[in-house]
Design a protein around this ligand. Structure first.
Ligand code: DOR
Ligand code: ZN
Length: 444
C-alpha cells in the first residue's frame, strides 16, 4: 500500500518545506517524490502542516487495574485524536510494572488494545534490583523519589543510590522530597483545602529532590530524566546537564498555576503541585533555552466523581493527551514559540531522550508515524468532547488555534477528523540504549 501526502508544509529535520511525502507500507519511502509517482491513495494537504507523530513520553493509561479511569483502547484513541502516535506508560498500574514478566504482560495487552505505538517503564521498588538490572524492551527505570498515586514510592536513600550505581537503563524520576512533604503536611494535618496542596508539595520539596537526583547522576555517570518539572528554581539545578541529564515540562505546569485552584479546585490537584505564574514563564523560557528538552502530558485520568471528593481524598492527576498538541500549537499561533520548537519538544526530543528507533522525525526509512495539523483551525476545549474515559479537562473552555486533523501510525491512518480506524493495532516502540540519549544524539 502506497499513500502520497501531497503539497503539505512538511516539518523536516532541517526546517519546513512545501513538498510531498510518500508512505510505503509502514515507512516513509520518499520525500519530495517525482510528480509522476504513483500511489494507491493521494491526500491533498495544501495549506496543512505535516509533522512527525507526537511521542508522549509520560502517560498513565491505567491498564491493567484501573480501567474505570482509562484503558489501552480509550487512551490510545485519545492519543490518535491528539496527534500522539507513541506513548510511554508509567508503572503505577495494578499489578505494578516492576518485573520483566509484568512488562511483557503489559506489552501483550497493549498489542491487542492500543491503536498507537507504546512502550512501558519498569518501576523501582526496594526489592527488585535484579529485575532493574536485567530489564529489556523498556525506555527505562521509573523511580518515585516522593509519594504519588499508587504505592511505588522509594525514598530509601541507600537503595536509590544503589540503583544509580548498579543499573544501566536511563532513569526517570518523580522528584519531590518525601521528608519535606511530610514535614509540611504535619503543619496542616487536618486540611480540607486543596490550596494547601501547593503548601505541602512545595518548590523546596522539588528543588531538594532534583538536587539529590542530579548529584547521583553525576556521581555514577548515569543518565537521568527529570519528569514534570514544576518550578523555575529546579531548572537551575540541572541546567549544566553534564551530557547526562534531561527534563520534561507538562502543559499543566506551563499553562496553569496556583490561582487556578479558585476556579477549578481539586480538578487541578496534581503531583508535583501547581506553582506560580513566574514558574509558568520560567518553564517556557527553559524550553526555549534547551534547559528543558521535552513536553509530555503526564496524562493521569481520574473519574470526575473521584476528583470531586473533598481534599485530600481527591486523587492527584489530570488528563492531557488530547489537549497537549492543540495547546502547544496555540502557542505557535500566539507567537510564543515556533512550530519547529513544538516538533522538537514533542517529537524529536522524546525519541532522543529514550533512544527510540526510527521515530520522531520525517526522514526516509523512519516509521510513517505522522500527524497532519491545521494551523488555522480554532476550537474550544471541552471535556464532553474528549475520548478519554474521564471526560473532563483542566483546560475547559480554552479557545485554541491549531489542531491535529489526521493521524497515521506505521503508515495506517487511524484518525481522520473525528473518525477512527480501529482495524489495526499499534506496535511496540524499540529502544537502543547504546545510542546514549539526547545529548549524544543531538550532534547527529
Ligand atoms: O498527579 C499525578 N498523578 N502525579 C503522579 O505522579 C501520578 C499521577 C497518577 O498516576 O495519577
Ligand atoms: Zn506521572
Amino acid at each position: 500500500m502506497k499513500t502520497l501526502i501531497k503539497n503539505a508544509t512538511v516539518m523536516l529535520p532541517d526546517g519546513p518545506q512545501k513538498t510531498s511525502v510518500l508512505i510505503e507500507g509502514s515507512q516513509i519511502a520518499e520525500i519530495d517524490p517525482a510528480e509522476s509517482v504513483e500511489a494507491d491513495e493521494v491526500i491533498y494537504a495544501y495549506g496543512m502542516h505535516l509533522m512527525p507523530g507526537v511521542i508522549d513520553c509520560h502517560v498513565h493509561m491505567r491498564d491493567p487495574g484501573f480501567t474505570n479511569k482509562e484503558d489501552f483502547r480509550s487512551g490510545s484513541k485519545a492519543c490518535a485524536k491528539g496527534g500522539i502516535t507513541t506513548f510511554l506508560d508509567m508503572p503505577n498500574t495494578n499489578p505494578e510494572t516492576t518485573s520483566q514478566k509484568m512488562l511483557e504482560e503489559k506489552l501483550m495487552l497493549a498489542s491487542h488494545k492500543s491503536l498507537v505505538n507504546y512502550g512501558f517503564f519498569i518501576g523501582a521498588t526496594a526489592e527488585n534490583m535484579k529485575e532493574l538490572k536485567n530489564a529489556t524492551r523498556t525506555p527505562g527505570i521509573k523511580i518515585y523519589m516522593g509519594s504519588s498515586t499508587g504505592d511505588l514510592m522509594l525514598d530509601n536513600p541507600a537503595i536509590v543510590e544503589a540503583i544509580f550505581a548498579e543499573t544501566k537503563l536511563p532513569i526517570a524520576v518523580h522528584a519531590e522530597d518525601e521528608s519535606i512533604i511530610q514535614k509540611n503536611l504535619s503543619e496542616c494535618p487536618n486540611t480540607r483545602n486543596v490550596m494547601d496542596h501547593s503548601k505541602i508539595r512545595t518548590e523546596e520539596a522539588e528543588v531538594a529532590c532534583v538536587k539529590r537526583a542530579v548529584q547521583l547522576a553525576k556521581e555514577y555517570k548515569h543518565r537521568l530524566h527529570i519528569c514534570h518539572v514544576s518550578t523555575a528554581a529546579a531548572v537551575a539545578e540541572f541546567e549544566d546537564h553534564a551530557d547526562l541529564i534531561t527534563a520534561e515540562a507538562t502543559p499543566h505546569h506551563l499553562f496553569l498555576n496556583k490561582d487556578d485552584y479558585m476556579k477549578w479546585g481539586t480538578l487541578v490537584q496534581m503531583n508535583p503541585s501547581l506553582k506560580t505564574a513566574e514558574d509558568n514563564a520560567g518553564l517556557l523560557q527553559a524550553l526555549l533555552d534547551d534547559k528543558i528538552q521535552a513536553v509530555a502530558t503526564d496524562h493521569a485520568p481520574h473519574e470526575y466523581s473521584e476528583k470531586c471528593k473533598r481534599y485530600p481524598e481527591s486523587p492527584s492527576g489530570v488528563p492531557g493527551v488530547e489537549t497537549m498538541l492543540p495547546l502547544m500549537l496555540d502557542m505557535v499561533a500566539k507567537e510564543k514559540c515556533t512550530l519547529e520548537d513544538v516538533v522538537h519538544w514533542l517529537c524529536e526530543a522524546p525519541a532522543l531522550i529514550y533512544d527510540i528507533l526510527e521515530k520522531g522525525r520525517i526522514e526516509v526509512g523512519y516509521d510513517a508515524d505522522l500527524t497532519l495539523v491545521d494551523m488555522n483551525k480554532t476550537q474550544t476545549l471541552r471535556g464532553p468532547n474528549l475520548i478519554t474515559k474521564c471526560g473532563w479537562t483542566p483546560f475547559e473552555g480554552r479557545e485554541v488555534t491549531g489542531a491535529p486533523v489526521r493521524t497515521w501510525v506505521c503508515g495506517q491512518e487511524v484518525y481522520n477528523d473525528g473518525k477512527f480506524d480501529e482495524s489495526r493495532p499499534g506496535v511496540e516502540a524499540m529502544f537502543d540504549h547504546s545510542r546514549g540519549g539526547y545529548w549524544a544524539g543531538l550532534d547527529d
